[in-house]
Design a protein. Structure first.
Lengths: 302, 318, 368
């Protein structure tokens, strides 16, 4: 353990040294994250969910879209159908597994799109400032003034139904937070001396942007990206619930829930599964995001 | 408080709102018109009859011309007519639905702020106790669990297990019975909507309170011998509310977003439901009208929030 | 001698943190006479602020007063319940703090914050509060008090804010005012004004003042008596003249020597005390200053010295004292003030490292 005092003092007395060891931000952050049991539990759950989704690529108990002949509809949990069947006799377990795929794809995909758009826009606005920043800021503010869901609906219908388009549509409603965050980071980091040094030694803007500013803002950016995921999943679920989302026969948890709501008095299970799945998954992402933020945000105090 | 600077600021903001409304309505108008199909086409109406209808409603003209006409009419308060229900004037329709949505949204807003700030303050005062963990968890559940889950739950409880409590007013599947909901009809959707957004308010209030309680002036207040309750409310809360007000704008937007969902779930005849119906039926004018009304609401809400700042924080003046 | 207005006996305050128990204040005893001006001096972290906060019961989790008595007007403040203590705060004992901008609530008017203290305590009649507020601002030399009363803190300058804080403190005519580094955040010229103000107020109102600071110059300007703290203990106490002219504790002596002098030769090195204060969780045995003391003897490593009288009105906690250091160790013309240099005493098992080896070891340890 390194001490600040000159070594002459190390052996002076049996008492402890004066300065506490310096720990790096990342190491410290991971240590704190490991102590957050809720975030760890969330991570474990999400990894399991991820595995289920991957398995679903290759195998599900039944084909989620197939209306099975001679199968009773609205079946409760039974031997052949652990989660029961829906109003058309389709196996719910398979449909739920497919829903897992869709939720994760939409969630992670949207997050990536938002990351890209937000980071690029934010860096440009924050670094170049001037009229570029003004124009971009006005643009951001306009988007802030419109209810996201309306934009998502309109955009989605215009682009046409589909997995990729729904990611784009949802991204259009949440990219502003990321852009603003990155812009703020670019603003403050720009002012720091090592940027002056880099520019003085002739580094080009692009290199400065990606080589210096971006790495220093990674913490909050990752946290923000993590929080986009549950928002995306929730929005997709809402849209599918309203019938404006993933086209059938693809099974999204939202559309299963919507069909389940209609069937509530007949078979409550059909709504139960997506309700639980969505709630737990969203909670998990939110807890994970909280854990990441508590661990890596340097401004947080105990 | 109502200084010359403030008035100029208000004027600037209003101008900005008008500009935004025009921009938004234009964008939506043009976008919606790219959607395939139109409101009139069906099995019965096609060919020449269809052409006549399209001409009667001006749908055969170029989009920009259509928009120009729309804008001119709108400035006179006439938002056009609906296609779905032939000839139904949109303006009174939208006004009526606006009042419904406003009632729902307003109630939800009160619940959100009331619940959120109360929970947040209590959680902060009892930091790291079980009370804190419980309230914070409730907050997270609020914005994590989709509202249709609560809706389903609520409907299940009230119509299935406790029909007697509500005298069968809340019946499955639709709840709405009249244009203005009675308190009972409104309460479930409003509570669900309010609860959904209250989670954010709880978190922000709690974080703000915790930060404020660390401040030196709280130490001064205690050193002066003021009662704990006085220190909490007069000194801490007043300062903690400032960041809370800053999210009021986004909060209103969240409520609007949420109300679209809730209205569709419960069949409440508000703007949200109208929006979804109109866009699915290619009833463009209605879609644009609803969108624009929403944008107006948000613009005014943001302006009110910014003005509220000057009341709460004397350091801010325009 | 009359009864002291504040009599602190054997006060100990510890902080129970995740890293360990920080023994911030250990066995501190001192007293303040009515109307007296006393200064508590020491470097950052020596426990002076914690001592003051303990008096008023303002120490927060994870800190706790673990021992001692604080006698104020015949009552032990540590035995009072919350309500009784609250009655004393701001009324009989007032405290003002270091940074006047952050110490005042930014959203409330200055006048209101001053009145608040009076309303809370019923010592001043309601009808007189408004007038007294303006009066107080006049007393602390804030110009145009009638208008200033309605201003917000951000509309005041730094010096004015601190005056307003003083007004707040004195509003209920307390018997004792504790000022925790009141001038540290201010410009030097403003500092002088504030100190002068405090001196005048002490004469006018008869309120005793305890001034906490790390700045010896400030103490000289205001206080009659000085208490020197180091690592959570009192190491010396005496009148201002005694402390400045004949300090007996090596720490006090070192502090005085380290103040740069305008008449010193330009080549003279800036003297400082080698080393850093000890870790308050893991304290060394014996005298806490021994790792840095040039005059230490064998006894200093094993036994902690008790505070004893070394002159009329002067107390010090040292086995050696400067008197002996001057007489026997050549403190008068000392050039090397590294630990143990004058007495030649070092802890067992340690070599004195010559210059070159010192550098090598530094490099090694940094490479860890």
């Amino acid at each position: 353990m390194a001490t600040i005092a000159t070594p002459v003092f190390e052996q002076e007395y049996a008492g402890g040294t004066v300065a506490r060891a310096q720990v790096g931000l990342w190491r410290d952050g991971f240590r704190r994250l490991r102590r957050n049991r809720l975030a760890l539990a969330a991570l474990v759950y999400l990894i399991l969910l991820f595995l289920v989704a991957i398995v679903a690529i290759f195998w599900t108990p039944y084909n989620p879209a197939t209306i099975l002949p001679n199968t009773l509809t609205y079946l409760g949990p039974s031997a052949g159908h652990p989660l029961g069947t829906d109003d058309l006799g389709r196996d719910l377990l398979s449909r739920m597994m497919q829903g897992a795929q869709i939720s994760l794809i939409v969630g992670l995909g949207t997050s990536l799109v938002v990351l890209t758009i937000g980071v690029v826009v934010g860096l440009i606005a924050g670094y170049f400032r001037g009229w570029v920043d003004t124009v971009i800021s006005v643009f951001i503010n306009i988007f802030y003034g419109i209810p996201g869901i309306l934009v998502a609906i309109v955009l989605y219908l215009v682009l046409g139904r589909g997995l990729g388009n729904i990611m784009l549509a949802i991204s259009a409603t949440v990219w502003m937070d990321m852009a603003r965050l990155v812009r703020g980071q670019a603003f403050s980091i720009r002012e720091r001396e090592f940027i002056e040094a880099a520019r003085a030694s002739g580094a080009k803007s692009g290199k400065i942007l990606f080589g210096h500013i971006l790495p220093n803002s990674l913490g909050p950016i990752i946290v923000q990206a993590t929080f986009v995921i549950p928002i995306a999943i929730l929005t997709e679920a809402f849209l599918s619930y309203l019938g404006l989302g993933i086209p059938s026969p693809l099974a999204s948890w939202g559309s299963i829930a919507s069909e389940g709501y209609a069937a509530l008095p007949l078979e409550p299970y059909m709504m139960l599964w997506p309700a639980i799945a969505l709630s737990v998954t969203l909670l998990a992402f939110n807890f994970l995001g909280d854990g990441l933020r508590d661990a890596f945000d340097p401004r947080q105090r105990r | 408080m109502l200084t010359r600077g403030t008035l100029i600021y208000i004027a600037q903001r209003l101008a900005l709102i008008v500009f935004t409304l025009i921009a938004v309505s234009f964008l939506v108008f043009v976008t919606v018109h790219t959607l395939p199909g139109n409101a009139f086409e069906s099995d019965r109406v096609h060919g020449r009859a269809l052409q006549l209808l399209l001409h009667e409603y001006g749908l055969d003209q170029p989009v920009l011309v259509q928009y120009w006409n729309f804008l001119l009419n709108a400035l006179h308060g006439n938002l056009g007519v609906s296609f779905q229900i032939r000839g139904l004037p949109i303006t009174p329709l939208v006004m009526r639905e606006l009042s419904v949505s406003a009632e729902l949204g307003g109630t939800a807003l009160l619940i959100t702020i009331g619940l959120g700030t109360t929970f947040g303050v209590i959680a902060a005062m009892r930091q790291n106790s079980w009370v804190d963990y419980t309230l914070t968890s409730i907050a997270v559940v609020g914005y994590s669990v989709p509202s249709f889950v609560f809706a389903g739950l609520g409907v299940l409880i009230f119509s299935y297990f406790l029909p007697s409590v509500t005298n069968g007013v809340i019946s499955y599947p639709a709840i709405w019975t009249g244009t203005y909901g009675t308190l009972v009809e409104l309460s479930l959707p409003a509570i669900i909507l309010g609860f959904y957004t209250s989670g954010q308010v709880t978190r922000i209030t709690r974080a703000a309170m915790l930060e404020v309680l660390q401040q030196d002036y709280i130490r001064t207040a205690r050193a002066k011998g003021l009662k704990t309750r006085v220190v909490t409310i007069r000194h801490a809360l007043r300062n903690a509310l400032i960041p809370v007000i800053s999210i009021l704008g986004p909060l209103v937007i969240s409520i609007i977003t949420g109300s679209v969902i809730i209205e569709n779930i419960f069949g409440i005849p508000g703007l949200g439901k109208e929006f979804v119906e109109s866009i699915l039926a290619a009833d463009y004018n209605v879609t644009v009208a609803v969108f624009t009304v929403y944008a107006l609401l948000i613009g005014i809400a943001n302006l009110i929030v910014d003005l509220l700042y000057t009341v709460v924080d004397p350091r801010i003046r325009y | 001698m009359t009864d002291p207005i504040l009599d602190v006996r054997n006060l100990s305050t510890h902080f129970f943190t995740d890293d360990g128990e920080v023994k911030a204040v250990r066995g501190v005893s001192f007293h303040v006479q009515p109307g007296e001006t006393v200064g508590i001096v020491g470097e950052s972290g020596c426990g002076k602020s914690v001592t003051a906060m303990s008096v008023l019961g303002l120490v927060q989790r994870p800190g706790k007063v673990v021992n001692g008595e604080i006698m104020f007007k015949g009552r032990d403040l540590l035995k009072l319940n919350k309500e009784e203590l609250r009655n004393i705060r701001g009324r009989d004992i007032a405290m003002i703090f270091q940074d006047p901008l952050s110490s005042m609530n930014p959203v409330l008017r200055v006048g209101y914050q001053i009145e608040e203290a009076m309303h809370a305590h019923n010592k001043i009649a309601d009808a007189q509060i408004d007038a007294r507020t303006i009066d107080l601002l006049k007393q602390v030399r804030v110009s145009d008090p009638e208008r200033r009363v309605k201003d917000y803190p951000h509309q005041f300058s730094g010096g004015m804010r601190q005056r307003a804080m003083i007004a707040m403190g004195l509003s209920n005519k307390p018997d004792l005012l504790i000022a925790d580094e009141p001038t540290t955040a201010l410009d030097v010229t403003v500092q002088a004004q504030i100190l002068e103000l405090l001196r005048d107020l002490n004469e006018q109102t008869g309120a005793a003042i305890v001034l906490i600071t790390h700045n010896l110059g400030v103490v000289a300007g205001l206080c009659k008596r000085v208490i020197v703290m180091y690592a959570g203990e009192i190491v010396e106490e005496g009148t201002v003249e005694q402390i400045f002219e004949s300090p007996q504790h090596p720490y006090t002596w070192s502090l005085l020597r380290s103040v740069p002098r305008i008449d010193a030769s330009r080549r003279a090195r800036l003297l400082s005390i080698e080393g850093l204060p000890p870790d308050l969780i893991d304290l060394p045995a014996g005298c806490k200053f021994n790792p840095r003391c040039p005059f230490r003897i064998e006894r200093c490593f094993s036994e902690a010295p008790l505070i004893e009288q070394v002159a009329p009105m002067q107390l010090a906690a040292c086995w050696v004292t400067m008197e002996k250091a001057y007489a026997e160790m050549g403190a008068g013309d000392i050039t090397d003030t590294s630990p143990g240099a004058a007495s030649g005493v070092h802890p067992k098992g340690r070599q004195v490292l010559p210059e070159a080896e010192v550098t090598a070891t530094v490099a090694e340890s940094v490479g860890d």
